[in-house]
Write a protein that binds this ligand. Structure first.
Ligand code: ATP
Ligand code: MG
Length: 215
């Protein structure tokens, strides 16, 4: 039984490569240029599957992958059922923020108990955040480019991930509140950890050592 690791293309794949290398694993193909979704590695007993970032927890939950790497944002939306989360890898770091158009008085609107329209991909995180603050919101689900919503009157505010802040600035938005610090976590199928402990534990330990060495 090979070990299957679920990864998404882009920043998670790029930032996971050094961790894989530390565990002695090198992919045989680059998912950015290959169209293959199942990618072999230098180790016959380890393969990678390339999935959409928000699908990673689902593949691991159902055991289609033994391990995966997913952002805390994605894990919060998924809920984490059936997943063991042994390790914060510290990669793909950013912050989940509330942002509004320049000049919009967010604090004032909240103080007055206004009902805000908030566009986001992160419905669960947003719902929990505003409920905890007692802010009344109508959430509008989007699948991408949240920054556009306030510019065309779809929403008063957005909840989005921010790293450099360049996208917000380019669209004349300002971050007004931090909801959570985000980084990517190693996730493990709970049943696989029991059945395949001999294969999985050394990988988990190697990732942990690589993260500790980098910290
Ligand atoms: P998709 O692009 O398929 O709609 P996505 O935007 O969630 O999905 P990525 O852009 O690859 O996928 O992001 C993957 C993960 O990287 C996110 O779940 C998040 O944890 C992290 N991430 C997203 N945006 C940023 C950012 N601006 N800076 C740092 N990390 C980020
Ligand atoms: Mg993206």
């Amino acid at each position: 039984m090979p070990v299957t690791i679920a990864l998404s293309k882009g920043r998670i794949f790029d930032e996971t490569l050094p961790l894989l290398a530390a565990a002695g694993i090198a992919p045989l193909e680059d998912p950015e240029t290959s169209r293959k979704l199942v990618i072999g590695t230098n180790r016959a007993d380890v393969r990678l599957v390339i999935v959409r970032a928000s699908d990673t927890p689902t593949y691991v939950e159902y055991g289609a992958a033994d391990l995966g790497i997913a952002g805390k944002d994605v894990l919060t939306e998924h809920g984490g059922a059936g997943l063991y989360q042994p390790l914060d890898l510290g990669i793909a770091a950013c912050r989940m923020m509330v942002a509004v158009p320049e000049g919009f008085d967010y604090a004032g609107a909240v103080r007055q108990g206004a009902r805000l329209r908030v566009a986001t991909k992160y419905m669960r995180a947003a719902r929990e955040h505003f409920a905890a603050k007692g802010v009344h919101v109508d959430l509008i689900k989007l699948y991408g480019s949240m920054e556009l919503a306030p510019l065309v009157g779809l929403a008063d505010a957005i909840v989005d991930l921010v790293s450099s802040g360049n996208t917000l600035r380019a669209n004349r938005l300002v971050a007004v509140e931090e909801i959570a610090r985000i980084s990517s976590r190693l996730i493990v199928n709970q049943a696989a950890l029991k059945m395949k402990r001999a294969a999985l534990q050394p990988l988990i330990d190697a990732f942990a050592a690589a993260v500790a060495a980098h910290a």
